[in-house]
Design a protein around this ligand. Structure first.
Ligand code: PEP
Ligand code: MN
Length: 345
């Protein structure tokens, strides 16, 4: 960490800054220039409380050298992490293809959609049993019955399943049924929920909040990692933009940026990012081309009766066409779409 001192700082203030640094068990390296005095702090940065250091008289600016997300950073872990989701690998050249309806719906429909997306090349089936809706009057999900249905459908088609958990009190229950726990955009900074999924051993799909910076996203991943769960996959799903022409603003640059900063895999969700089926294939391909470790797409066989997010769903045949293009692109990039795990039942 580097402390830039104020212009006109007195000798007494400089001595005091050094005393404070040494009192924290760290070494201070003083560098006096013509216009500026700088103190380099040498030692374990985690011992430093930035706010306290910034309050020392004479300190103008505190510049951390290491990122505040220690465990999530690539410095801490230069190799890209590969996360195993019920036998399907994501990261390090393995592409996750998550597909399924927004909500868990009728049993026969779930089977139909699962069969079609699996045939197309999807390797993880999705569906929300607990839905975070803007309106309390909108469909809230089928709850535990939905979890049970998702599990049964996943098993019948040999697909691992991912579903959202919206409440820390539900983590244990959702983890009983799901191979992967989704923390949605609206809950990205629900720290009680992050701590709880961190205590679970299930892989976590952490979606970027709609107003969250990349640093915010990585700090939230840090919560989960620091609780002992290393299995985190990040997801870029669009941030709030100014133009209502698309549901959100797809931040494709976040993908290579996160990969520079962190070893964690990052996938893209062009469904929530655009909200428009006609824009999803192009954005899915752009995400993969930008280096994403997977693509998450909502698929429904009759969007007009969907319980949620129908207007943004791809039809199964549209998904099949996209999946085939994604597979070709993955091959071109020297990556592979992870196969489905062997059927055990
Ligand atoms: C979802 O996956 O259906 C969902 C609600 O996503 P997000 O949290 O990204 O809005
Ligand atoms: Mn949705």
């Amino acid at each position: 960490m580097i402390l830039i001192l104020k212009g006109g700082v007195t000798d007494e203030q400089v001595d005091h800054v050094i005393e404070r640094v040494e009192a924290m068990g760290l070494k201070a390296h003083l560098s006096r220039g013509t216009f500026r005095t700088i103190v380099g702090i040498i030692g374990d940065e985690s011992k430093i409380v930035v706010e306290s250091v910034r309050s020392i008289p004479g300190v103008a600016q505190v510049v951390p050298v290491l990122p505040p997300y220690k465990l999530a950073s690539r410095e801490a872990h230069p190799e890209s992490s590969v996360i195993d989701v019920g036998g399907v690998k994501i990261g390090g050249g393995h592409i996750g293809m998550i597909a399924g309806p927004c909500s868990v719906e009728e049993e026969d429909r779930m089977h139909r959609i699962a069969e079609q997306v699996a045939k197309a090349g999807a390797n993880i089936f999705r569906g929300g049993a607990y839905k975070p809706r803007t309106s309390p009057y909108a469909f809230q999900g089928l709850g535990e019955a939905g979890l049970k249905r998702l599990r049964e459908v996943g098993d019948a088609h040999a697909m691992p399943v991912v579903t959202e958990v919206t409440d820390p009190r539900l983590v244990e229950l959702v983890a009983e049924y799901a191979d992967m726990l989704q923390v949605g955009a609206r809950n990205m900074q629900n720290f009680a929920l992050l701590n709880e999924v961190g205590a679970s051993k299930r892989p976590v799909l952490l979606k970027r909040g709609m107003s969250a910076t990349v640093t915010d996203l990585l700090m939230c991943a840090e919560y989960i990692l620091s609780k002992g769960n290393p299995n985190v996959v990040l997801c870029e799903r669009g941030v709030k933009g100014f133009d209502p022409a698309t549901r959100n603003l797809f931040d494709v640059a976040a993908v290579p940026l996160v990969q520079q900063l962190s070893h964690l895999p990052i996938i893209v969700d062009p469904s929530h990012a655009t909200g428009k089926p006609e824009l999803i294939p192009a954005c899915a391909m752009a995400g993969l081309a930008a280096g994403a470790d997977g693509v998450h797409v909502e698929v429904h066989d009759c969007p007009e009766v969907a319980k949620s997010d129908g207007p943004q769903a791809l039809l199964p045949e549209q998904y099949a066409e996209l999946a085939s293009q994604l597979k070709s692109l993955a091959t071109l990039l020297g990556k592979t779409v992870s196969p489905l795990p062997e059927k055990t039942a």
